[in-house]
Design a protein around this ligand. Structure first.
Ligand code: ABU
Length: 840
């Protein structure tokens, strides 16, 4: 292979010959400049195969007597390493060193962008055999630029056609930050948009693709278009392996002009952290698109060779250059383009010479300031058409080559042709040779299955069964109360309030059924109705059950705290009014809520989950239904606030009247206990359910059990003692209805007893104070005695000693009411005094 030094000497030799000799074997030299990327480390080093191909063309052109008669075409060239700066330097060398160059030949997009933009200043046509950047199609910026290499945009319609073939409508893009790829992606984005394909993400990197590849994974990219030079492609592939972005769920589209074994070499030199085997694994199944660069029909081309003949000659030339394996040199694919580029130059020069001859001018008159000949050269190049080894060569108005594209796939480590696409006719020729890892066309996204989280059936049935039992039990208690309505025991327990409590309990138990009615039972349209029913049922049930108990305990409190008899009288209707007003407040709040801001079905969406036993590539998206209004917090705050106050006030009343036993309301203490129970459970349940609201089963179970527990305990506390009493004394006389309410005398006697009780308590307090004082006196006296004894300790009176031991010590026994009977007998406390008389 020719080294940089060898090329420089070749170049100098050509210059010397041209300047010093001026012709070759009597023929005049037509000089063109060539820039080939050969020895670089980044970008496209396609000069390795393109330069020998160009030299073959030079030979063939110069051996054609009908072409450039009397002239020989001469190529002065140098290596640009595919670096734009160096490319510019090579161009200046070519231009500022004689002889004058008639045209420039270039390869590698980054270099051609530089020279293509500058060449107009020297009125030079630039023809590129190896630059794909779509940016080069800008005629304003590159007015004298032509290329035998098709623009990279020809890949985009092909990619889109393949995506449409497999119904992929969600793709991602990763690109190296070079103008060639940026402009390709811009074109791809526009085309994708037109085709209705969503670009989920566009990742770009300068040298290190680590983060860009990671981001692709994060975005759940499945169909990914990668645009980069081959060195960067190796780095990307290694990251693909590390991030497991390959296999049955992914399809990568790479550029098709890399060498066949691009992913295997050179890994060590490029410090890649992946083995060959890993690279092979990651590369398996990827697709490539590439413009056809070899004439696929075995027809004779302008040079008299077929593409096959050209391949043989090129291979031979490469072997002579030291390339053992002909597919190894970079640019092997593009070699026909370089060959045809020289032919295009020769044909254009030929045509220009003819045109100039017609006006008595010669091509030798060309200088970098000669616009006329430059225009002729441009026109001739623009009109050039021939059949070359790369196919039909023709240039569009933008100077682009029009070409077919081919699609390949890597199957078992080798590229296999899948088909061809002719963008002009939108014709896709497909061989059906594609193979998919896993035997199935990969999806363009994770299929997300929505899954409604519903209360488990077992739990729902269990809770409904228990609540039904409770509701039936409440109904039986209603019947029981009605049947025994004449009994004094029932009459003095305020049966109407008890009945209201039972109705409330039935409603609360019924709300359990509504709470469990979710998306598995009702439609989305019916769900808001269920939401409303839940609120009404539970709220009214609570108000009736708790309100009735509250009114009872409130009555007890009134009876025991007012001093005047008339004030102590609480008419039964007042209790109904109290419960009724609670209900009215409920109805008003619920009605306004429903009218202004009704409860709606809202969905809480949870993070995606992997299905437990999924073979398919799917994810589960759990959803949970909630009943919510727009201003949910305000409505709940209103309802909870008002009920919370009721609960706390009820708790206070129950505490205040904890040891009071009233004849008029014989079950007041049990109702008080029931209120404790309700308050405690409500205060625990409300905040806990807010915390566990995302767990439908736990939340439903917790609320249901709290309701069940409250209802069952209230029924048990209030009614079981009555049932037991009636069962024990079934034959007890049934009182007349006239005796249900206490008579005036009874009421007065009761009030008298209350006064006596108060007097007694005062007396007890006085006595206790007296006892305390006496105890003090006793202690003082005992202290004086012991001092006296100490002073007289020389005389011990045995009889006195004995007397003290035998009962001379004063005895005080205070009998207080025992704890258990205290509650029951709180209305009549007892204190027994037993103070030894001898002591007093
Ligand atoms: N086919 C090689 C293209 C190289 C480039 O556009 O730079």
């Amino acid at each position: 292979m020719e080294g940089g030094g060898v090329q420089v000497s070749t170049w100098r030799w050509v210059v010397w010959v041209t300047v010093m000799v001026g012709n070759a074997g009597g023929e005049l030299l037509l000089n063109i400049g060539g820039i080939f990327p050969i020895h670089g480390s980044d970008g496209w080093q396609g000069g390795q195969a393109c330069q020998p191909a160009a030299m073959l063309a030079m030979h063939d052109v110069n051996n054609r007597p009908d072409l450039l008669p009397g002239y020989k075409l001469n190529l002065a060239w140098n290596d640009s390493l595919c670096e734009p700066g160096l490319g510019a330097a090579v161009m200046y060398d070519l231009l500022y060193n004689p002889p004058t160059k008639l045209m420039l030949l270039g390869g590698c997009s980054t270099v051609c962008t530089t020279i293509g933009e500058a060449a107009k200043m020297w009125n030079l046509v630039v023809l590129s055999y190896g630059s794909s950047s779509p940016a080069l199609s800008d005629r304003q910026r590159f007015p004298t630029f032509f290329r035998t290499h098709p623009s990279a945009t020809v890949h985009n319609p092909t990619r889109i056609r393949v995506m449409q073939k497999y119904n992929w409508s969600r793709v991602a893009i990763i690109q190296q930050a070079e103008e060639v790829f940026i402009s390709t992606v811009e074109d791809l984005e526009v085309r994708c948009k037109d085709a209705g394909i969503e670009i989920v993400t566009r990742q770009s990197f300068l040298t290190d693709p680590t983060d860009a590849v990671r981001n692709l994974k994060r975005q759940d990219a499945r169909i990914i278009v990668g645009l980069f030079y081959v060195n960067a492609a190796r780095r990307v592939l290694c990251e693909i392996y590390k991030n497991t972005l390959y296999g049955k769920s992914y399809v990568w589209f790479f550029i098709g002009w890399y060498e066949d074994n691009w992913f295997e070499n050179p890994l060590q030199e490029e410090n890649l952290n992946c083995t060959r085997e890993e690279m092979r694994q990651a590369a398996e199944g990827h697709m490539t698109t590439e413009a056809l660069m070899w004439n696929k029909d075995n027809e004779k081309t302008i040079s008299g060779m077929t593409a096959g003949d050209f391949r043989l000659r090129l291979n031979q030339a490469l072997i002579e250059k030291g390339y053992e394996n002909q597919s190894n040199p970079v640019g092997y694919q593009e070699a026909p383009l370089a060959y045809d580029a020289i032919w295009s130059v020769a044909l254009a020069l030929n045509k220009t010479m003819e045109r100039l001859a017609a006006v008595n001018k010669s091509i030798e008159e060309f200088t970098y300031t000669n616009k006329e000949i430059a225009a002729e050269l441009y026109k001739a190049m623009n009109a050039t058409q021939f059949l070359g080894v790369s196919g039909r060569v023709a240039f569009s108005t933008d100077g682009d080559r029009i070409a077919w594209t081919q699609i390949e796939q890597m199957i078992d480590g080798r590229y296999h042709k899948l088909g061809y696409f002719d963008v002009q006719t939108d014709n896709l020729t497909w061989f059906n040779r594609e193979q998919w890892i896993g035997g199935k066309v990969p999806q363009d996204r994770t299929i997300v299955r929505r899954q409604l989280r519903t209360v488990s059936l077992g739990l729902f049935i269990s809770m409904c069964t228990i609540s039904s039992v409770g509701a039936v039990w409440a109904l039986l208690l209603l019947i029981f109360t009605f049947v025994h309505r004449q009994r004094r025991l029932i009459q003095l327990s305020h049966p109407a309030c008890n009945n209201i409590t039972l109705v409330g309990i039935m409603l609360c138990l019924g709300s359990i059924f509504l709470l469990g009615l979710d998306g598995q039972f009702v439609s989305q349209q019916q769900f808001p109705t269920v939401c409303g029913l839940r609120a009404w049922c539970l709220s009214l049930g609570f108000t009736l059950a708790y309100g009735a108990m509250f009114s009872k305990i409130w009555r007890v409190h009134r009876l025991t705290t007012k001093t005047k008899i008339e004030n102590k009288r609480v008419e039964p209707w007042k209790l109904y009014v109290m419960v009724g007003s609670f209900v009215v407040v409920d109805v008003i709040v619920l009605s306004v809520w429903q009218a202004v801001d009704p409860l709606q079905r809202t969905l809480e969406v949870f993070p995606l989950e992997k299905p437990k036993d999924a073979v398919e590539d799917i994810k589960i998206k759990p959803e949970l239904e909630h009943c919510e209004s727009r201003h949910n917090t305000i409505w709940l705050g209103l309802l909870y606030g008002y009920k919370g106050l009721l609960l706390i006030f009820g708790l206070f009343l129950a505490y205040e009247t904890r040891s009071i036993k009233l004849k008029q309301i014989n079950d007041s203490r049990l109702v008080g206990m029931s209120i404790y129970n309700v308050v405690v459970l409500c205060l625990i349940t409300a905040p806990v359910t807010l915390v566990i609201s995302t767990q439908q089963d736990a939340s439903f179970a917790f609320v249901s059990l709290a309701i069940i527990f409250c209802c069952f305990l209230s029924m048990a506390l209030v009614f079981v003692p009555k049932i037991v009493e009636i069962v024990r004394h079934p034959g007890e006389r049934v009182e007349s209805s006239g005796e249900t309410a206490p008579s005036k005398e009874e009421e007065e006697r009761y009030q008298k007893l209350l006064h006596e009780n108060e007097d007694m308590q005062r007396l007890i307090a006085e006595k206790e104070e007296k006892i305390r004082l006496l105890k003090l006196k006793l202690q003082e006296r005992a202290a004086v005695r012991s001092r006296e004894q100490a002073s007289e300790n020389h005389v011990i009176d045995p009889s006195h000693h004995t007397r003290l031991r035998q009962g001379g010590r004063p005895a005080v026994r205070i009998v207080t009411p025992d704890a258990s009977s205290a509650a029951d007998d709180a209305m009549v406390p007892r204190i027994n005094f037993d103070i030894s008389e001898s002591y007093l």
